[in-house]
Write a protein that binds this ligand. Structure first.
Ligand SMILES: CC(=O)N[C@@H](CC(=O)O)C(=O)NC[C@H](CC1(C(=O)N[C@@H](Cc2ccc(O)cc2)C(=O)O)CCCC1)C(=O)O
Ligand SMILES: [Zn+2]
Length: 493
């Protein structure tokens, strides 16, 4: 399935003699930059046609083999095996409870974006229904930051296009990764070893196919750590470089643990390290410090525009991060059978994300395969966990850096930047060095003083945006939530 996914190509929208377009970089760029609904629909449908049908039977076989392996490891099925690392029989209930706390914020940004997209695209976006998934700037509608420019709360304020700025300043792939390394070093974490620079693959090779989905690798010899990334000069890849290097920092911090404990406290911790640093990097304060933001002024409108763009990544991701394994847990437990794979997927996509396919789908399609983690058997709830705990970590390191104080409105959480603060870095380091040697509640307590996942830090970070969205949606009399989709998935049997 990985080979099918990594080599799949489609033909161009307006020229079907060009048929060598791959997911990265071509289709990713089209979904991000095209404003032509027909072209977006073409790319969205053709990608799924190129991967889904070819993976469907393989996936059924994979489910049986994976469950057999789980049983041989004394688990009931793969779902139980995947959840084992969270060491808590109540884990799924905790996730559901976190989602219930976060859903009101999601409903507000969803309603606002649907209203804006309707202004731009007209009736292809209904007033009260789910949002068509192909118009949101991303192949899976899991992050909407690429459609920020016609959604900004204050559109007449300066246009901060970091991708354009990176290119204008002749950022190279190497400079992107050196900039990321510089941040980690500045808080007393570790520089990348020389072998990292010699052995990593940071650009798509010209001479051969390669799995371009970014990844970070620990070779478990305490010395060899690498990143593989088909890096483009974009803001998304700048953030991804920090994400991948966050994995490497964690590898290095726990490298002296026994091999058994050279893992994240749970998988969500591993996903949170790089994103935690990116929360500082993406603040206007930091972007100005490293010269990526020219303007001097930080008036409330510019700050809200920036917070909104971060929300299009972080708030928007939550329902997707949840539904990916809600679908797979049911598949592994046999609650979703092969003939229901696709229509149950679209039920969940509508129920949690409030998105719909641009064209009707059938049970003969297999749209989950359009997402790397499904065909590569990579669990996904780790990202939902990460998107919650990274804000708990951020709140803790920002307090240590004196950059955040719950009682001081002049130090809001969303303007914190821990750059060059070694107290913050040392506190983070103490947690990372534990690896998986202690239950994760002990690990999170070391840094935050809490022993549970807690949505309050994310809600605190986005509080100004939440308030603004509620006011704006009320002013525009926008319908909050979504009615049943007119599109969806049809059982052909
Ligand atoms: C040997 C091995 O497998 N190593 C693991 C790491 C480890 O376990 O040690 C690994 O490298 N996994 C690859 C995976 C890549 C990416 C990803 O898949 N991201 C998710 C979700 C997401 C989205 C936004 C975001 O800000 C953070 C995450 C997606 O793109 O849907 C793609 C770019 C970002 C991270 C990763 O790094 O997590
Ligand atoms: Zn990761």
């Amino acid at each position: 399935m990985e080979k099918i996914y990594s080599t799949a190509k489609i033909c161009a929208f307006d020229n079907n003699s060009t048929c060598d377009l791959a997911l990265e970089p071509e289709l990713t760029q089209t979904l991000a930059n095209s404003r032509n609904p027909e072209e977006l629909k073409h790319v969205w449908v053709e990608w799924r046609n190129a991967v889904g049908p070819h993976c469907r039977l393989l996936f059924e076989e994979y489910v049986d083999l994976s469950n057999e392996a789980a049983r041989l490891n004394n688990f009931t099925n793969t779902a139980e095996s995947w959840l084992d690392g969270y060491e808590d029989p109540q884990f799924r209930q905790q996730i559901e409870s976190l989602w219930e706390q976060l859903k009101p914020l999601y409903l507000q940004i969803h309603a606002y974006v649907r209203f804006q997209l309707r202004k731009k695209y007209g009736d292809v976006v209904s007033e009260k229904g789910p949002i068509p998934a192909h118009l949101l700037g991303n192949m899976w509608a899991q992050r909407w930051r690429n459609v920020a420019q016609f959604n900004l709360p204050y559109p007449d304020k300066e246009e901060v296009d970091l991708t354009a700025e990176l290119r204008a300043q002749n950022y190279t792939v190497d400079k992107i990764f050196r900039t990321a390394e510089d941040f980690f070093k500045s808080i007393n974490l570790t520089e990348m070893p020389q072998t990292f620079w010699e052995r990593s693959i940071l650009e798509k090779p010209k001479d051969r196919e390669m799995v371009c989905h970014a990844s970070a690798w620990d070779f478990y010899d305490r010395k060899d750590f690498r990143i593989k990334q088909c890096t483009a000069i974009t803001m998304e890849h700048f953030t991804t470089a920090h994400h991948e290097m966050g994995h490497v920092e964690y590898f290095i911090q726990y490298k002296n643990q026994p091999v058994k404990f050279r893992r994240g406290a749970n998988s969500g911790f591993h996903e949170a390290v790089g994103d935690l640093i990116s929360l500082s990097v993406e603040s206007r304060k930091h972007l100005r410090k490293i010269g990526l933001l020219k303007s001097e002024s930080d008036d409330p409108e510019n700050v809200l525009n920036n917070l909104f763009q971060i929300g299009l990544d972080k708030i928007v991701f939550l329902p997707f991060g949840y539904l990916m394994d809600l679908w797979r847990w049911d598949v592994f437990e046999g609650k979703i059978t092969p003939d229901e794979y696709n229509c149950k997927w679209w039920e969940l996509r509508e129920k949690y994300q409030g998105v719909e396919p641009p064209v009707n789908r059938t049970d003969q399609d297999f749209d989950p395969a359009a997402k790397y983690h499904i065909i590569a058997s990579v669990p996904y709830i780790r990202y939902f966990v990460s998107f919650v705990i990274q804000f708990q970590f951020h709140r803790a390191v920002c307090e240590k850096a004196g950059q955040y104080d719950a009682n001081d409105p002049s130090k809001p959480l969303h303007e914190c930047d821990i750059y060059q603060n070694t107290e913050a870095g040392n506190a983070l380091k103490k947690m990372l060095q534990l690896g998986s040697s202690r239950p994760w509640p002990d690990a999170i307590e070391v840094l935050t003083g809490q022993r549970t996942m807690d949505a309050s830090a994310l809600l605190e970070y986005f509080k100004p945006l939440h308030k603004w969205l509620e006011q704006e949606n009320k002013k525009n009399k926008v319908f909050i939530g979504w009615e049943k989709s007119t599109k969806g998935c049809v059982n052909t049997k």
